[in-house]
Design a protein around this ligand. Structure first.
Ligand SMILES: [Ca+2]
Length: 405
């Protein structure tokens, strides 16, 4: 198995010439895992390659170019039909950015957000028919009388692009909780035109068990119509005491969602505690284990519960990180600008301050690389532009274009 992995990794290192890429800082080459720090726990992976896979290195020369540094805590970025970008800012506004990095004035008209700590205006998606209906869907943390919650809203981008019109909240992930952590917050639209949204378990020991409760929307991947109703075909429709909008459960704080365009599969990443950040392949109705199993430990250093990493009936992560990278927005690459990157998964890393490139074959991670680790930025989201380049935003307000040099 090891030989196979090394062989895959070497073949990925390519025959396209010298490693002359820039922007990747002190990345190592060869087959050593990119992670060299000690793990927090002595847990063993469930299968070879589930963590600390062989390192790979992009052989095509590429560069990460900073296009702007003037965004205000950007959180989500999507590409518009004309190639520009629509970007959420945590404080409660959106902006449009051109591929040259020119920013619009803040777009207003959104409902108030609670931007304390991890809350604010979060992820977004545009309608597949945006060109004709100009509809935008977004996730945000909302303050209610009972506490804060993750809410989903929709509205129309005005023709002058200055405001969102008729903003309407279509879904609230209840129960609310008086805390400002673990809201999830990504949103996608699937092939059937329904919304896939992610929530968190709100971090507190009091709410954490609800990740396992099918009568709670905390710690879930949820699938709803554009009107906020449970989508047809959801796995728990008709099951007593289960919310019909739930798609998968047992999640901690889902910060990344992406469809693999080559297979149609839904992938997810989530924050672990100390160690135990996860990449999961999402199947409807499955239980992803939190807090019953995890490869992380409590911040205090103690085990989470009994300290189990696997249990019958609970899904294993495809891959995990210990120490954590704090994975955030992610995207599968299928552009033509960097053919070497086709079908690779790119994950924005917050605490790790890089973009992780994962080479995936047969739904297993076979190589890992760190991009832009010399930039010292907390990468919040990454998407693919119409020009086949990757575009990423950082907490520090930067917009990057990552492309062939
Ligand atoms: Ca898990």
């Amino acid at each position: 198995m090891l030989a196979l992995l090394i062989s895959l990794s070497l073949s990925n290192c390519g025959t396209q010439g010298s490693n002359s890429n820039v922007g990747s800082g002190k990345d190592t080459s060869g087959t050593r895992p990119v992670e060299t720090k000690d793990p927090n726990s002595d847990y063993k992976p469930a299968f070879a390659g589930q963590t600390r896979i062989s390192g790979v290195k992009t052989s095509t020369a590429y560069e990460g170019k900073m296009l702007s540094k003037d965004l205000q805590k950007p959180w989500g970025i999507v590409v518009l039909p004309d190639g520009r970008f629509l970007i959420t800012e945590k404080g409660g506004t959106m902006r449009i950015a051109t591929t040259q990095g020119e920013l619009s004035a803040p777009i207003t008209g959104l409902p108030a957000v609670n931007a304390s700590e991890q809350g604010g205006l979060l992820g977004l998606s545009i309608d597949p028919n945006f060109s004709s209906n100009r509809m935008v869907y977004w996730s945000f943390s909302e303050k209610t009388d009972n506490g804060n919650l993750t809410a989903i809203a929709k509205g129309k981008l005005s023709s002058d692009e200055k405001q969102i019109e008729n903003a309407t909240v279509i879904y609230r992930a209840t129960p609310a909780f008086k805390g400002n952590l673990h809201y999830g917050g990504r949103i996608l639209i699937d092939k059937s035109g329904n919304l896939i949204i992610s929530t968190g378990e709100r971090s507190d020991l009091q709410t954490r068990p609800q990740a396992q409760y099918l009568n709670s929307s905390l710690g879930k991947v949820i699938r709803i119509t554009k009107d906020g109703k449970a989508a047809e075909g959801n796995p728990f429709i008709g099951k007593p005491d289960a919310r019909p909008e739930i798609y998968s459960y047992g999640h901690r704080n889902v910060q990344g969602l992406a469809f693999n365009p080559a297979t149609g599969d839904l992938w997810e990443n989530e924050f672990g505690p100390r160690g135990g950040d996860e990449l999961n392949l999402i199947r409807p109705g499955k239980n992803y284990g939190w807090p019953l199993i995890t490869y992380g430990i409590e911040y205090s250093g103690s085990k989470v519960g009994p300290g189990n990493t696997k249990q019958d009936g609970l899904e294993q992560p495809v891959y995990y990180w210990d120490p954590v990278i704090s994975p955030s927005g992610m995207t599968f690459y299928n552009g033509d600008n960097m053919p070497e990157w086709k079908n690779n998964l790119f994950i924005a890393g917050l605490s790790s301050m890089h973009i992780a490139r994962l080479v995936i074959r047969d739904n297993k991670v076979v190589g890992e690389e760190r991009l832009l680790s010399g930039e010292n930025q907390r990468f919040r989201d990454v998407t693919q532009g119409k020009d086949g380049a990757l575009y990423a935003v950082t907490d520090g307000g930067r917009l990057y274009r990552i492309a062939k040099k």
